[in-house]
Write a protein that binds this ligand. Structure first.
Ligand code: SF4
Ligand code: FES
Length: 359
């Protein structure tokens, strides 16, 4: 069996922002009983024993955890590469210095758009200027900086300006990631899914920027899989290389897996190693034995692992079906209908986004 390479530690789902594309679960209140400092430190130890090399400290907003510096020190002391995934709200110069001293290796800051009005509207609070200041602090302290921008139909036409902003911030890497439709993003899909024309425009801009910035800044462009011929190899395969621990201690193969009708596994009840090896939520879709046709006999089954289990469940009600994004799926019409709706004359640009609530 493969060992996990990366741990996504979702320290809290509390967040000062209210992004309508948030992939956190809809039932946020169910995660209020957060793991304590000592529980997270034990989990990090168990993860390191399992072979985890990368620890992504995420949320919600991980800076809302008062013990973040202690948690970074523990993960770093165990030899894991530590990455802070943050909105940057709360990354003051003083806090940043403490995190640096504790061993934090990398900072990833989210930005919602290239200018304050749009960015603050999408984020739900005035935050743009604070993000820019925090990015400067991160660079001053010598961290490698990734800027993450979730793309959707309300900001994708500004990709050129977004890349220009990221250049100004002197980031080492930018992730231009089209929205993945889980959690709040799923609820807001009609208002977020871009049109073909928008995507083609963004691809042209990204291609030119990659050529211009080669060797200076890495540009990762994640296309919306609704427009692809084949699905993405979600998480590199179910329970193959990555695992997630939610704020309440639920252990999951991916951040959206709490939606699937599988028995819960909790780090409060079992050690991470035992969960990885044998918990039903991890073994259910590991490998290829669970596959139905057409995946079962498809040449690509070891390449994309049948796509995303959470998306298959969300769109068909059966997590073992082929991801409907695949053009070979018998359920592919579900996806083509959503795509056609995003490309009709009655574009739903003005549709109200339902913001994720602040907690
Ligand atoms: Fe991938 Fe299954 Fe589609 Fe084949 S049929 S390309 S394995 S999702
Ligand atoms: Fe859960 Fe893709 S998000 S398997």
């Amino acid at each position: 069996m493969d060992r996990p390479f990366g741990l996504l530690a979702e320290l809290t789902y509390r967040c000062p922002l209210a992004c309508a594309y948030c992939s956190n679960p809809l039932e946020l209140a169910a995660y209020d009983d957060e793991l304590s400092t000592a529980e997270w430190q034990r989990v990090f130890g168990e993860a390191a024993e399992l072979g985890v090399l990368q620890c992504h400290l995420s949320g919600g907003e991980p800076l809302l955890r008062r013990d973040l510096v202690d948690l970074v020190r523990t993960a770093s002391g165990l030899g894991m590469y530590t990455n802070l995934v943050t909105s940057a709200i709360g990354l003051s110069p003083g806090r940043a210095e403490e995190l640096k001293e504790a061993g934090l290796d990398h900072v990833q800051i989210s930005v919602q758009a290239d200018e304050p009005t749009a960015s603050d509207r999408i984020a739900g609070i005035p935050s743009f200027e604070r993000k820019l200041r925090a990015a400067a602090v991160a660079k001053d302290l010598g961290w490698p900086l990734t800027v993450n921008v979730v793309l959707h139909r309300q900001n994708i036409d500004r990709v050129a300006e977004i890349i220009a902003l990221v250049e100004e911030l002197d980031a080492d890497r930018v992730e231009l990631a089209n929205t993945q439709y889980y959690g709040w993003a799923w609820r807001n899909r009609a208002a977020l899914l871009p049109s073909r024309e928008q995507l083609a425009g963004a691809e042209d801009v990204v291609r030119a920027a990659r050529a211009r910035l080669a060797g200076r800044m890495e540009i990762v462009h994640v296309l919306p899989d609704y427009y692809g011929e084949f699905p993405k190899p979600c998480m590199g395969g179910w329970a193959a290389r990555q695992l997630t621990v939610a704020p309440n201690g639920d252990a999951l193969p991916c951040p959206a897996a709490q939606t699937l009708p599988l028995p819960r596994a909790s780090v409060r009840e079992d050690p991470l190693g035992r969960i990885w090896d044998g918990a039903p939520v991890f073994t259910a879709f590991r490998g290829t034995g669970w596959m139905q046709d057409p995946c079962r006999t498809c040449d690509r089954r070891e390449l994309d692992f049948g796509g995303c289990r959470c998306q298959a469940f969300q769109l068909t009600g059966d997590a073992a079906r082929t991801d409907p994004v695949c053009h070979l799926s018998p359920d592919h019409a579900i996806v083509t209908e959503a795509v056609e709706a995003a490309n009709t004359a009655s574009r739903r640009d003005d549709e109200e986004l339902v913001p994720r609530p602040h907690r």
